[in-house]
Write a protein that binds this ligand. Structure first.
Ligand code: ATP
Ligand code: MG
Length: 235
C-alpha cells in the first residue's frame, strides 16, 4: 500500500453514485478526524463544484480538500506529491480513459457503485473485470441508491444473483436511496453540517459508516471479516 491509502470510486455507468459516495465517504472519514484529499479526475468536476459551493456558502468542509486533476499528466503529478497523512479519494469519469489505467494501477482500493438492477450490475461487473487486468484484488462492487421497496422485487434478486454467480467481489453494505444523500451531493455540506431531520441524518450517517468500515477492513487486509458486516438499518 502507498503511504496514504488511495481509494478510487469508479465505473463506466453514469449516475451510479461515484461522486455522491466519494463525498459521503470523505465526510465520514473527516468526522473521524482524518484529513481527506479528493482528486477530481472527471471533466464534469462534480466533486470540485460541490467543494466550491461549500466554500461559497462560507462552509468549507472541515478536513476535506478537493483539487481538480484532469488528464494523465495532472494525475501523475498529484500522485507524486501525495500528503504525508490522511486518506486520498479519487472521483473518476464514467469512462475507460488513460487516466483510469493509472488509477486502476495505483489505487489501494477501487469502490464500484452500482444501482440494484441486473443491467446496472452487469455493467459494473464488466468494469470490475476490466480493472482486474491491472491488479489482482482490491476492487469491490456495492449496491447504491437501493430503495427498501425495490429490495422485494425480482429485479433486485436478479441483480444479487448475478453478482454471486459471476463471483464479483462486493461489499455487503448497501447504501440506501435517501433524499439527504442527494441534498449533500447536489447542493453543499456534509452529513454533519446539513440542516435536516436529526433522525434522518443519524440513519444516513450510520449507513455510510458501515460502508466505510468495510472499506477500511478491506484496506487493512482483514480478509473475511468484511463479509460479516451487514447493513442493518432499514431506509
Ligand atoms: N444513495 C443515494 N441516494 C439518493 N440519491 C443518490 C444516491 N446516490 C446517488 N444519488 C443521486 O444520483 C445522481 C447521480 O449520482 P452521482 O453524480 O454521484 O453519479 P456518478 O456515478 O458520479 O455520475 P457520473 O458518471 O455522471 O459522474 C445525483 O443526483 C446523486 O445525488
Ligand atoms: Mg460523478
Amino acid at each position: 500500500m502507498s503511504q496514504v491509502p488511495i481509494i478510487a470510486f469508479g465505473t463506466t455507468k453514469g449516475g451510479s453514485g461515484k461522486s455522491t459516495v466519494c463525498v459521503l465517504v470523505a465526510g465520514e472519514i473527516a468526522d473521524r478526524g482524518e484529513n481527506v484529499l479528493i482528486l477530481d479526475t472527471d471533466p464534469q468536476q462534480t466533486t470540485m463544484k460541490w467543494f466550491e459551493r461549500c466554500k461559497a456558502a462560507g462552509q468549507p468542509p472541515e478536513r476535506i480538500e478537493v483539487v481538480p486533476c484532469l488528464g494523465e499528466k495532472a494525475l501523475g503529478d498529484q500522485l507524486k506529491a501525495l500528503p504525508e497523512n490522511g486518506v486520498v479519494l479519487i472521483d473518476t469519469q464514467g469512462a475507460l480513459t488513460p487516466a483510469l489505467a493509472i488509477i486502476a494501477t495505483r489505487a489501494d482500493l477501487i469502490v464500484v457503485p452500482s444501482r440494484a438492477t441486473k443491467t446496472d450490475v452487469v455493467e459494473a461487473a464488466a468494469f470490475v473485470k476490466y480493472t482486474e487486468h491491472f491488479r489482482q484484488d482490491g476492487v469491490r462492487l456495492f449496491l447504491n441508491s437501493v430503495d427498501a421497496i425495490a429490495m422485494k422485487t425480482a429485479v433486485f434478486n436478479e441483480a444479487i444473483a448475478y453478482i454471486q454467480e459471476e463471483q464479483i467481489p462486493y461489499f455487503r453494505t448497501m447504501l440506501y436511496q435517501r433524499p439527504i444523500y442527494t441534498d449533500v451531493n447536489d447542493d453543499k455540506g456534509t452529513l454533519s453540517t446539513i440542516k435536516a431531520n436529526p433522525e434522518s441524518v443519524r440513519k444516513a450517517r450510520a449507513n455510510v459508516a458501515l460502508l466505510l468500515n468495510e472499506i477500511l477492513e478491506e484496506l487493512s487486509d482483514a480478509g473475511t471479516a468484511a463479509a460479516e458486516v451487514h447493513a442493518t438499518e432499514a431506509a
